[in-house]
Design a binder for this molecule. Structure first.
Ligand SMILES: Nc1ncnc2c1ncn2[C@@H]1O[C@H](COP(=O)(O)OP(=O)(O)OP(=O)(O)O)[C@@H](O)[C@H]1O
Length: 209
């Protein structure tokens, strides 16, 4: 089953063509590693894939919904982890996750959220405003969303391992593997090596001057 179909995508930034005529199809259960040196356009491509920015040309659909024409419908089918963590510094980890669940019509108890935070090494920090947490801890709060029930069939991950310690990297790698084994699809970029015991396919963007 096709989860993501991107056709003929071109992107230009500051008069530089980052990439042209990109075709990318990702099926259920597939892991795609997006490669390319700094500035090659990986983040730009991922943002286009989830509808956060518009390409100069081309179209993208996720689980059959066009991300530009039918963004609301498409947004239920994927989860995106980008450079911005998507959490409020003023809210506590529990409040942040409750808010996110509410926005995404995910019904979970506060206890489930507390258990998830504990599982991710955030015990004792659940009720502290996020601004008082370290960078890695804040990223853990944001990543906790991937442990809560969601209908998403695709995870789009932009440098998810940045600032995470060895234990958390391992935990997230295992979690990604479980998601893939359950039929989920993943596209991710990482400058670190990824140790996921699962077949992967590389998709490379060349730096263009
Ligand atoms: N909003 C923007 N306005 C202007 N230029 C941009 C914008 N976003 C990205 N760029 C430019 O596009 C190019 C590609 O950036 P992008 O972040 O997609 O690269 P990347 O492959 O993800 O790099 P890295 O590995 O460093 O994260 C860079 O030269 C960047 O300066």
């Amino acid at each position: 089953m096709t989860v993501l179909a991107a056709r003929d995508i071109s992107c230009e930034k500051q008069d530089r063509i980052l990439f042209e005529n990109v075709h990318l199809q990702i099926n259920a259960g597939e892991l795609v590693l997006l490669r390319g040196e700094n500035g090659a356009g990986k983040t730009s491509l991922l943002r286009i894939l989830v509808g956060l920015s518009q390409p100069q040309q081309g179209c993208v659909s996720i689980c059959g919904s066009d991300v530009y024409q039918d963004g609301e419908q498409a947004s239920h089918a994927f989860m995106y982890f980008g450079h911005k963590l998507g959490i409020s510094a003023l809210l506590t980890p529990i409040e942040n996750l409750q808010y996110w669940c509410c926005q995404h019509h995910i019904s979970v108890s506060e206890q489930t959220i507390v258990n998830t935070l504990e599982q991710l090494g955030l015990e004792g920090l659940e009720t502290l405003p996020v601004k008082h947490l370290s960078q890695g801890q804040q990223r853990r709060v944001s990543l906790a969303r991937f442990w809560l029930q969601s209908q998403a069939k695709l995870w789009v991950l932009d440098e998810p391992m940045t600032a995470l310690d060895v234990n958390m990297v391992k935990m997230f790698e295992q979690h990604i593997q479980s998601f893939l084994l359950s039929g989920g699809a993943v596209i991710m970029t990482s400058h670190q090596s990824i140790n996921i015991d699962y077949p992967n396919r590389e998709f490379a963007l060349e730096y263009r001057w």
